[in-house]
Structure formats: C-alpha cells, structure tokens
Design a protein around this ligand. Structure first.
Ligand code: SIN
Ligand code: MN
Length: 212
C-alpha cells in the first residue's frame, strides 16, 4: 500500500483551475485545434498486443506525439502514424498556460489531443512514457463535462471523481504526476462549445529532460 504521506502528497500535487478559460478563449482554442486537425486528423489508437481500438480518437501537436499501436505499443513519435507528417505546432494559448502554471523551466514537447464522442472513456492509467518525470502534466478541457477519476500512486489506492468542465485547467504535479487517473464518462449536452457535442482534452507534456 502507498503510505498516508504518499497519498497526501498526491493530493497536494493535483491542482484545478475551474473556468480558467472564458468562452472566448475556449472558442479560440477550439478553432486552433480543429484547424490543426485538418493537417493531423484524429485517428483511432490501438492497444498494445491486442490491437483493440480505444474509444477516444487522438491526434497530437508539438515536436513529439503520444501514440499507441498493436505492434509497438505506447511511445512518443515525431510523425503522425497515418499521414507520416510532423505534428502541427502547439497552439500559442496552450503554451502560454504552461508557462504561467507549470513552474517548469522548459516548454512542453507534446500536446496530446483526445476527442471523446458518444460513450468514449479512458481507463485508469498513469502517464509513464515520459523521461521528464519531474515535469507536470497540464490538462485543458473543452466541450462537454467529463467525470474524471483520480486515485493514488497504486492502482488499488482509493479514487475520487472530479468534474472537468469546458474551460477548466488541471495539473498533475509532484506525486500526483504518478497518480492513476482516467475518464469514466462524458456528460452529454453539458456544453455548446463543440457543434457535434462531445469533449476535447489537451494534455501538455514534457517528454525529454531539458539539457540532454
Ligand atoms: C489523459 O489522461 O490522457 C486524458 C485525461 C482527460 O481526458 O481528461
Ligand atoms: Mn493520462
């Protein structure tokens, strides 16, 4: 079991800024995402080994992108797996949030973009494919509200449910950086930001330690 102290530290590393992005900022970021998704289309990621499709669709922005497929599993790649082209750049507004909130000296290298439609969800996992473990993960939510679940550093640790609404920004830092988390479901009709409904989540990640 993780110790009580570890659980407390994981709690401290979880930060939420509800409604940090106002409607105009949400619309601008939404438009920046869809413009880039024309160049780097959302695709269906597949689980390692089984090749089972995930229910979210994904794309990435930045020099590196998080990908997964049956053959090679979870990893970061510089090229979109279907177009074989570099990922588009990270929107300026997202970079500005990282600079303002992350407390990390180097910029993020990856912005994973998850698109949740219908019954899409994401199982409990730890973001563990980055070498820069000391860097936080910064999450920006757009569109319908998510029931986000966060626990501790062990899969068996108790979890709690947090609503992530459009414009909310959340950070996993310190021990929370290693906490299990996932998305139980999306609450349909809770935002008018996306014409077709659903949710977009952007997570900014530093992958390689700076100065290496
Ligand atoms: C993730 O853990 O990659 C996504 C979390 C979210 O969609 O809020
Ligand atoms: Mn994650």
């Amino acid at each position: 079991m993780a110790s009580r102290a570890q659980a407390d530290r994981a709690g401290q590393g979880f930060k939420l800024w509800p409604g940090l992005l106002d409607r105009a900022a949400q619309e601008a970021l939404r438009d920046a995402v869809f413009a880039r998704a024309k160049l780097a289309p959302f695709y269906i990621p597949r689980m390692p080994k089984s090749g089972a499709p995930m229910s979210v669709r994904m794309t990435n922005f930045g020099p590196l992108g998080w990908v997964t497929d049956k053959e090679k599993g979870y990893r970061y790649e510089a090229l979109h797996p279907e177009t074989n082209r570099p990922w588009p750049d990270i929107p300026e507004a997202a970079l500005a949030l990282w600079e303002r909130l992350s407390g990390y000296a180097a910029p993020p290298e990856a912005c994973l973009v998850n698109l949740y439609e219908g019954s899409a969800k994401m199982g409990l996992h730890v973001d563990a494919d980055e070498e820069a473990w000391d860097a936080p993960v910064l999450s920006i939510s757009l569109g319908d509200t998510a029931l986000f679940r966060i626990g501790g550093v062990l899969r068996s640790d108790p979890t709690r449910s947090v609503r992530l609404a459009s414009g909310d920004v959340m950070m996993l830092a310190g021990d929370a950086r290693r906490a299990f988390h996932g998305v139980d479901r999306i609450l349909p009709g809770t935002s008018s930001l996306l014409a077709k409904g659903g949710r977009i989540n952007l997570t900014l990640r530093r992958v390689t330690p700076p100065n290496t």
